[in-house]
Unconditional design. Sequence first.
Length: 319
Amino acid sequence: MNNVIAVDIGGTHFRVGLFDEAGRRLLVSENATLPAGGREWVLEQVRDHCRRFAEKSDYPVKACGMSFGGLVDSQCQRVTSVHFAGWKDFALADWMWEMLGVPCRLENDANAGALGEYTYGAGRGLGSLFYVTLSAGIGGGWISEGKIIRGRDGLAGEIGHLPVSDTGVLCSCGARGCLETFCSGEAIARRGQEWAGRRSETRMIELSGGAIEDITAKAVIEAAAQGDMAAERILREAGRWLARALLMVIRLLNPDKIVLGGGVAQAGNLLLDPVNEAIGELKSPTIGFSTAIVLAELGTLSPLYGAAVLAREAAGTPV
Ligand SMILES: [Zn+2]
């Protein structure tokens, strides 16, 4: 028997897991990141958690898999994301390899999430799957016949930057009209703040501790769950934008399933119902399809499970 370590580094959280060679989760820890701490703080925390898990492991740790919440050069196994200061061009897999003394594989969180759902979650037994991570930003991962499809520049599946409109706020990528600016966690939070700034009768304010500028996507989702009309409307609009992009995915790739994961997908049917309603309205009446749109079975842990798959591959264990 051998075990593997999986690590998922995101913008707001980092997770570390210990898995056995059958892919069963033995230990997991989830922690908030300290935005002021920067890269060194995150690395220090990850190192401590990994070493602790390696010590607790009944069997030797054979390999490590990592998911990073930003762009990654999978060929060079380096972070290329510029979204978090200090990470650009960091050789994260090499750092981990040196630290743990075992082989390490790195992917971005959307590809890792896709792998996790394909192997252990909603995509088990399927031929193809498109995974969408809806968190602060939006990413996508495309798996066909068990393989991650990357494209020439590693950008295949990057649904967050599909230009769905000619107008809108400036996207983090520098363009305008990207899907991410309409239905990411940041976009939903911004819509909540805009609404609350105009009309004060919404649960969103109370759920955020009284300060309009503190309204988050989580507060919008919670308010919608409590029947707040404004919050429900924001999620309906976000769902409609997402539906447009998912229809494009279906038209281009026609996957067996589209899986929605990430923090915003924790809204469950409050998001999925508007998406399916909008797809019903927008789709062609004559070109039918059977691609199902479902929620991630592994919740917010899809990328961590995907990291475990990477680790098992690095360890040479058949997945
Ligand atoms: Zn963009």
